[in-house]
Design a protein around this ligand. Structure first.
Ligand code: GLN
Ligand code: ZN
Length: 758
């Protein structure tokens, strides 16, 4: 008998119910009791969606973030949050969101830092440690959820982040070794497991995804210490890893004294053989065979081909699950009422993935014939996807196959281009510009809504957006910026805008995935060969350029960012899909150039985000992703100036690749690091131009001229001044004009001061 279970379910609800509940609480429209009730009902409904499983996860549900829940469970609350007496819920949200300086700046508290959860687009609140860190147990909320689930007859399997991963995820604020905290933390885990055992629970899922990363020997050792200690507990532990191969940690993971092991059998399929060989015969093996990171239907027959021999070998010791928590996929495909039925037939969201699990377990229990219908339907869907000419476009494939080295190469090297561009553009020293977007005002958002609801037609919409662009150009002229942008008024989102105009991309109605807290994103689905039926930005850009004598930058999103912020097809390598997108962007770049646009920016906000978890896979990724950027950008003549932009990132270990992009100008986010991020460029002798961000656009604060001058002076100590541009950290779309105008005024004034001193 094969047990089926789930590692975690999307919390937010099929209609983002939890998001709305949270946001109305934060606005003060609902009280604690209402929010608690709403959360409880969401939690129970999520369990009900998993009723077909043998075990339901409990503890994966969270009001904001499951890592933050652990931080509170172990009372690892940084001292700055302890000061004022709050309700537990208030301090929870204060840690998550901080407190704005509203009327009394001294009351301001900065939220916990947020960072990406492994290689997903989910962000967690980073635990903080220092030499004063102590732990104590506050497990009431979790124990309550276990009781609630059991009262409703769910077979609760509590989910915990394991102690080693919890310590690994944290940030140490002094020189404390995080592993020196392990023993103190283990004491709390022991008590926690005892309290869970008292609830009558049999299995606890203990997540240690760091086992899928490169672990130093001291951390591998920590696993031995931790699980020796936890093996004393009365509950059975399912040590759970995901997001990749165990690789050199197979031995460690299989030998730890726990009752079961879960491995990611999608990304880590190549481990399974070694795991089967090494796993002691007493242990349960849970295979994550359904992809928790993507939205495609599983090939159930192929999966059974793989599973049947394993099931014969392991018998009741084989469990099945998705590869990882389903937090990273949308909730339920049934809510997609407008989607094309053929495309829809190829997809599976969280709910459908659990159904697939049901089919697999039936087939293993009672033979494939017992689920012949389901297997047939599955095969038909896969066959239609394989054969569909909406997926396969011969022209695109041939073009992709015939890309050659020369396509990736600019005509001349940077120093020559720089001289040619300077002669044409005649920009002053410290040229000022922006990252592209300007405030998305309510007028702009209203226009888009009116168009969507057919209250205005396409023509009127375009006229009205043009008026916004004209206003934006007028403002930039008045501010005295040197290189203008059209402002991106026509774009809802930097990936969605292009995806909607490209072939091979599809969009969902409710395919929301949690990004952080109440924030969700709706990633596009790249289902087919990507192509560009018509120009996407040329009209808007040329219109904007026609209004000004100043040079204007065309604005595009790069191929790597489009790929990394989408659900990507699984029937060809990501690198191939990325090159197809790059070809489409290349055509747009050349069309802009032909139309007389002299500067073109190709944003690659997510280039670093796409780095694999394992260092030994970095080079391969960086090679094809940088090549894709080069393919998109480098068809232009020497006179055309290529810009790129990257959001906050550490450049130290990827500076070679940044240089290989060979963009004429790169703008980066540096203001909060006080320009420290520029050091990577200094040490590398990075030759091309750089715009280090001189003010933080995430905050409503208006930077004064003096502080910008200071930052620019710092930059000028690190790099020759004729390499420097002056710009904000990132796009301005989330800010208001009242903030943007004075900030940019000060920025331009600062640049002028430096110019005069030079
Ligand atoms: N051009 C985009 C903007 O200004 C870039 C944003 C980004 O890279 N995150 O909004
Ligand atoms: Zn940015």
């Amino acid at each position: 008998m094969t047990i089926i279970h789930n590692l975690g379910f999307p919390r937010i609800g099929p209609k983002r119910e939890l998001k709305y509940a949270l946001e109305s609480f934060w606005r003060g429209e609902t009280d604690t009791e209402t929010l608690t009730q709403q959360a409880r009902s969401r939690f129970l409904q999520n369990l009900a969606s998993q009723a077909n499983l043998d075990y339901q996860p409990v503890g994966d549900f969270s009001l904001y973030d499951h890592v933050l829940d652990h931080t509170l469970m172990f009372n690892n609350v940084p001292s700055r949050f302890k000061a004022d007496a709050n309700t537990p819920l208030q301090s929870y949200f204060r840690m998550a969101r901080g407190r704005a300086p509203h009327d009394s700046p001294e009351m301001q508290t900065t939220a916990g830092e947020m960072t990406k959860w492994f290689d997903t687009n989910y962000h967690y609140i980073v635990p903080e440690f220092d030499r004063d860190t102590t732990f104590s147990l506050n497990d009431k909320p979790l124990i309550k959820q276990i009781h609630q689930a059991r009262e409703q007859a769910f077979n609760a399997k509590p989910v915990l982040i394991g102690p080693v991963t919890y310590l690994w995820l944290g940030k140490v604020k002094d020189d404390t070794d995080p592993l020196s905290l392990l023993n103190a933390l283990l004491v709390q885990y022991q008590q926690l497991l005892e309290n869970i055992a008292r609830c009558g629970v049999e299995w606890v899922q203990i997540d240690e995804p760091v086992l899928a990363t490169d672990l130093p020997a001291t951390w591998q050792n920590a696993f031995n210490v931790a699980y020796q200690t936890l093996s004393q507990s009365r509950v059975k532990l399912l040590l759970t890893t995901y997001f990749g191969k165990l690789g050199n940690n197979v031995n460690l993971a299989t030998q730890l004294p726990v009752a079961g092991l879960h491995v990611d059998a999608v990304r880590g399929r190549s481990d399974v053989e070694a795991v089967l060989r090494q796993l002691p015969a007493t242990k349960v093996l849970s295979l994550g065979v359904i992809d928790g990171r993507n939205i495609w239907k599983t090939d159930l027959s192929a999966t059974l081909d793989f599973l049947e021999p394993v099931a014969a070998q392991l018998n009741h010791r084989l469990w099945l699950a998705p590869s990882c928590s389903l937090l990273h996929v949308p909730v339920d495909l049934d809510h997609e009422t407008a989607m094309d039925p053929e495309l829809k037939s190829w997809l599976a969201f969280a709910t459908q993935k659990l159904d697939e699990l049901g089919v697999l377990s039936q087939a293993l229990k009672h033979g494939r014939a017992s689920v012949a219908d389901a297997l047939n339907k599955n095969q038909c869907a896969l066959e239609s996807r394989r054969a569909s000419d909406r997926v396969h476009n011969r022209c695109v494939q041939q073009r992709e196959a015939s890309i050659n080295r020369k396509d990736l190469q600019r005509q001349s090297e940077f120093s020559q281009r720089k001289a040619i561009q300077q002669a044409a553009l005649k920009l002053p020293l410290y040229p000022t510009t922006t990252i592209g977007s300007f405030p998305q005002t309510s007028t702009i958002r209203d226009l888009r809504r009116q168009l969507r609801q057919s209250h205005i037609d396409e023509h009127d919409y375009r006229q009205a957006i043009k008026a916004c662009i004209a206003e934006c150009i007028e403002q930039q002229e008045q501010l005295g910026l040197d290189v203008l942008a059209h402002g991106e008024a026509e774009r809802n989102d930097m990936v969605e805008y292009f995806g909607q105009l490209l072939g091979g991309f599809a969009f969902t109605e409710s395919g929301w995935v949690q990004s952080y807290g109440s924030r969700c994103v709706k990633p596009p689905v790249i289902f087919g060969d990507v192509h560009r039926p018509k120009a996407m930005t040329v009209d808007w850009t040329c219109y904007a350029q026609s209004l000004t004598q100043k040079p204007l930058k065309g604005m595009l999103t790069g191929p790597v960012t489009m790929l990394n912020w989408s659900f990507v097809r699984d029937d060809q390598p990501h690198s191939t899909t990325c090159r197809q997108i790059a070809l489409a962007i290349r055509d747009e770049v050349l069309a802009l150039e032909q139309a007389g646009i002299k500067l073109i920016q190709i944003d690659e906000a997510a280039l670093r985000e796409g780095l694999p978890l394992r260092q030994d896979e970095w080079q391969k990724y960086l090679r094809w992703s940088v090549d894709a950027f080069r393919l998109a950008a480098n068809g232009v003549s020497d006179t055309t100036q290529i810009h790129t932009h990257m959001c906050y990132a550490d450049f130290n270990d990827i500076i070679h690749s940044i240089a290989r992009l060979d963009a004429d100008v790169i703008s980066i986010e540096t203001s909060r690091s006080e320009m420290a991020l520029l050091d990577a460029f200094t040490h590398f002798d990075y030759p091309n131009d750089i715009g280090p961000g001189v003010y933080d656009i995430h905050s409503p604060n208006i930077p004064d001229t003096h502080s910008i001058v200071n930052l620019l002076q710092k930059a000028a100590e690190k790099l020759p001044q004729d390499q420097l541009w002056v710009n904000p950290d990132c796009g301005l779309k989330t800010r208001r004009w009242e903030e943007v105008i004075p900030a940019l005024k000060n920025m331009v004034a600062a640049a002028r001061q430096l110019r005069h001193r030079a």
